[in-house]
Write a protein that binds this ligand. Structure first.
Ligand SMILES: [Zn+2]
Length: 230
């Protein structure tokens, strides 16, 4: 069954995200501190210096912006060993092996705690308010990942197998942040994370921001939905 969820408008989503936040908060997985970081607006995430190439975002080729703000942090560091073991033991199977190894290399050096929400003032009027702190809204990585669960918690929990099929640019979110979030909230983990490369045009990633997008419906008309998915 296909189930598309619009996370900005669907009440089952916002209620689910608040519940996940509370579950993590009960475990003491959030704390507040001042934060300074390099932020790519295109990726909507902070980067470490060594994530960048010549000081630029790998995905967007732009220099991230230096941002200083008060922020809530999630204790990702607390889950580093467990996430590493889950991927290393193939309890969460990363496919293909090169992507699995990329995840293990990333986790091996340890994980820094990461900011979850952003100030409501920087959210363009959108976002789910942090329970107990309306000055902050839950940031896109946390809330976007949560949609797999919030769309239908019973189906997520009861599935025989939970499989993500994702593009290579979001491996870290799915293989590191997402399992940590689920461990924190006491929810079931994914079983397989299958990672594909990008469809390209003239060797460049297809992206709205690059202006080289191809309308998927035209492709579906010509080749069929399954061929395009493949
Ligand atoms: Zn970027």
């Amino acid at each position: 069954m296909d189930d598309f969820i619009r996370t900005s408008a669907d009440e089952r989503h916002s209620a689910g995200v608040r519940e996940l936040w509370r579950a993590g908060a009960e475990r003491g997985d959030f704390y507040r501190r001042s934060y300074e970081g390099l932020y790519c607006g295109g990726c909507e995430q902070f980067y470490r210096e060594d994530d960048l190439v010549d000081g630029r975002c790998r995905e967007h080729g732009v220099e991230p912006e230096l941002i200083v703000e008060q922020n809530w942090f999630f204790r990702l560091s607390r889950y580093a060993d467990r996430v590493r073991d889950l991927v290393a033991s193939d309890r969460i199977r990363g496919e293909p092996a090169a992507r699995r190894n990329e995840v293990l290399a990333f986790v091996k050096v340890g994980l820094a705690d990461i900011s979850v929400p952003r100030p409501a003032a920087r959210s363009d009027g959108w976002g789910i308010p942090v329970p107990g702190d309306p000055s902050q809204v839950v940031h896109v990585w946390w809330d976007a990942l949560a949609n797999y669960l919030t769309a239908d918690p019973g189906r997520w929990a009861g599935a025989a197998e939970r499989v993500h099929v994702i593009g290579k640019g979001i491996v870290r979110f799915h293989a590191v942040h997402w399992p940590a979030l689920l461990l924190s909230a006491g929810e079931a983990l994914p079983d397989v994370i299958a990672v594909h490369d990008y469809l390209t045009v003239d060797g460049e990633k297809i992206a709205k921001s690059a202006g080289n997008a191809v309308a998927p419906l035209d492709l579906v008309e010509r080749f069929g939905a399954d061929a395009v998915r493949w």
